[in-house]
Structure formats: C-alpha cells, structure tokens
Design a protein around this ligand. Sequence first.
Ligand SMILES: O=c1ccn([C@H]2C[C@H](O)[C@@H](COP(=O)(O)OP(=O)(O)OP(=O)(O)O)O2)c(=O)[nH]1
Ligand SMILES: [Mg+2]
Length: 152
Amino acid sequence: MKTPIELKILDPRLGSEWPLPEYATPGSAGMDLRAVIDAPLVLEPGQSELVPTGMAIHIGDASLAATILPRSGLGHKRGIVLGNLVGLIDSDYQGPLMCSLWNRSNQSVTIEPGERVAQLVFLPVVQAAFTQVASFDASERGEGGFGHSGTQ
Ligand SMILES: O=c1ccn([C@H]2C[C@H](O)[C@@H](COP(=O)(O)OP(=O)(O)OP(=O)(O)O)O2)c(=O)[nH]1
Ligand SMILES: [Mg+2]
C-alpha cells in the first residue's frame, strides 16, 4: 500500500516533457528526481550547485520524512553525489525540492536538463522526547565506540 503524499508541480515541463518521479520497479525504494534546469549545467571538479527538481512536496506527517540520496551509477561512475551527502526533507517543508549536486570527480561533468540526478526515499521517523538522567543502567558496550570492537 502506497502512502499518499501531496506534490506541487513548480515547472510545467515536469509531468509533460519529463515524467513525474515514479518507482521504476515494484520493489524500488527510491524514485528518481530530475534536474529541472533550462540549459546543460557544467560542473567543474569540486564544484557543487543547487539544482531545482521542478516540484514541491508536503509530507504533512511528523512520523514520515524523505531523504534525497545519490544515484549509484552517477555517483560511482561519474562522481556526481550530493553536496550535503544526504538531503533530509522535513515533514513540514513546503518549499521547492532542491538537490545539491557535487562533482567529486577530477573531470568536468555536464548535467542535461531533465536528467535523473538523485533519488527520493520516504522513511518512517520517530521523534524523541529526552528524559534527563544522571547515570545510565549498565549496558554491554558501555562507553566503548569508534572502533572499540575491532575490525575482524
Ligand atoms: O537536499 C535537500 C535538503 C533539504 N531540502 C529542504 C527540505 C528541508 O526540510 C529543508 C531544510 O533542510 P535542513 O534542515 O537539512 O537544512 P538547514 O540548513 O538546517 O536549514 P533550516 O534552517 O531551514 O532547517 O530544506 C531540500 O530541498 N533538499
Ligand atoms: Mg534544519
């Protein structure tokens, strides 16, 4: 069962010239977002640019969020990942959905208008209410972390 999420088209080319984001297969976790830009965008090595996706969403439910993740092929083969590593979309955000595209490669990369550049993944969220304590009950790990358990 899919969860309805409100979507507003901000650029009319989305939904006409280019399809709206959709799950490519029944088991897909993400749906690809497009670079809704007017002209090819050249990203020089190390450069990042904020690119519109041509749409806005309003999740409207604090127990859900969306993340924007890199596409594997683009990230691995062409070096285009996200300038913020992962984008987090709050459930009350109603502004334009943007992708920070970062060329982490050592070659210039051209992004074409309408190119699928990242993917949107919806996730459940738990909001925490902190209960302040002076000490914790003992756990097996205790304060060990950051490699404490070794590598093998
Ligand atoms: O890749 C992204 C990341 C964020 N956003 C939007 C949705 C999100 O709800 C809002 C704020 O993001 P975040 O909280 O990560 O950024 P911030 O720097 O803390 O901004 P703010 O002070 O507005 O919360 O920006 C995007 O469109 N794309
Ligand atoms: Mg914030």
